[in-house]
Ligand binder design. Structure first.
Ligand code: KG4
Ligand code: ZN
Length: 344
């Protein structure tokens, strides 16, 4: 079954063609980073306008690269929640028009479910249940994933998402946007023990996260160091700040994920979302998981960050489960993973 998957939930216009959930025939992503860079973050109105400019071209490229036409497409899937409402609406309007014109079934997909599915697309031996940590610019979510794509939410962030703090800390350090990869690279040259940033909620005894405290600590530290001239004098390096900040975030993510695996007895862990590309998170999680005999899986970078393939992938499962949406399908800025599963 060949599905066209569309995602315009944030700042990437994405379309892909996937056969039977796993066979990615094309995966086209137009990044808007250049347009948002000068603002140091995503400007929602600008994102919507850029999606309008790109959507038809990106869908056509996805079809061309897969060497296919609408005659061979069996369904159109689109992220309709959660995300920036104006941005989501562009993808939803495009998907509805295409489904209507070509008389194809339409499926509205939860973006986070797409991220969770990404690992299943590339790891054929992935078993259920498993623990999935989704970390991106908009989400931090720890869930148990059960057979049939049913989820039990263990925890989420009470304030900023993990990727969001990477981006904000990079902004305080004048490093550019998005900050995750820049900090990841700088951190390899710094000392993670140089500055003792807080590890919020590390010992809260649950699976909730909070990252705004660590972000504020970095900001105060940088402001103080600038006043004292210790950054200019080289006494404190940007690399040390990056490494120490990263260590604080990664310590909390790893501790809670491994604790979840230990407590639930699920010895398979998956990592997904843009922050899953982080080298320190990958290595630390693998190391900590090994100690309890758990296996860690993560997708290739092209499936970590926002893309249409993961949307077409999970849509295949949803189609098998009977999901079909009306042309009245709407977008929603919020949309918890629990709205797709009422089992827990
Ligand atoms: O999944 P994604 O493409 O979009 C959302 O759904 O939000 O994730 C983007 C986020 C950004 O915050 C970016 O800074 C972060 O992923 N990111 C990273 C790395 N690469 C991207 N964070 C840490 N380390 C990285 N290597
Ligand atoms: Zn995402």
């Amino acid at each position: 079954m060949k599905i066209l998957g569309i995602d315009t939930s944030c700042d990437e216009t994405a379309a892909a063609i996937v056969v039977d959930g796993r066979d990615v025939q094309s995966n086209i992503v137009a990044s808007q980073i250049k347009a948002h860079e000068e603002y140091g973050g995503i400007v929602p109105e600008l994102a919507s306008r850029k999606h309008i400019e790109a959507i038809n071209y990106i869908v056509n490229r996805a079809l061309a690269e897969a060497d296919t036409t609408f005659d061979d497409i069996d369904a159109v899937a689109v992220t309709n929640r959660p995300g920036l409402i104006g941005a989501l609406l562009i993808g939803v309007a495009a998907a509805k028009s295409l489904a209507y014109c070509h008389n194809l079934p339409l499926l509205g997909i939860n973006h986070i479910e797409g991220h969770i599915y990404a690992n299943y697309m590339v790891h054929e031996n992935l078993t259920f249940p498993h623990i999935c940590l989704t970390v991106s610019g908009g989400h931090t979510l720890l869930v148990e994933v059960h057979e049939g794509w049913k989820y039990k939410v263990l925890g989420t962030t009470q304030d900023d998402a993990a990727g969001e703090v990477y981006d904000k800390v990079a902004k305080y350090l004048g490093l550019g946007f998005p900050g995750g990869k820049i900090i990841d690279d700088l951190a390899t040259k710094g000392n993670p023990a140089a500055i003792d940033f807080p590890r919020p909620m590390l010992r809260s005894g649950d699976y909730q996260f909070s990252f705004s405290g660590v972000k504020t600590s970095v900001r105060y530290f940088v402001e103080k160091a600038e006043r004292a001239g210790t950054i200019d004098s080289g006494e404190v390096t940007i690399e040390d700040i990056a490494a120490s900040f990263q260590a604080a975030v990664v310590d909390v993510l790893v501790a809670k994920t491994v604790q979840a695996a230990k407590t639930t007895g699920c010895h398979t862990i998956t990592l997904t979302g843009g922050v899953a590309a982080n080298s320190k998170l990958r290595s630390s999680l693998k190391e900590a998981a090994q100690k309890i005999g758990a296996e860690v899986y993560y997708p290739p970078f092209s499936l970590c960050t926002d893309n249409g393939a993961m949307i077409a992938g999970i849509a295949y499962e949803k189609y098998q489960q009977g999901q079909r949406d009306e042309l009245s399908l709407n977008a929603a800025a919020n949309g918890s993973i629990v709205d797709v599963s009422d089992i827990f």
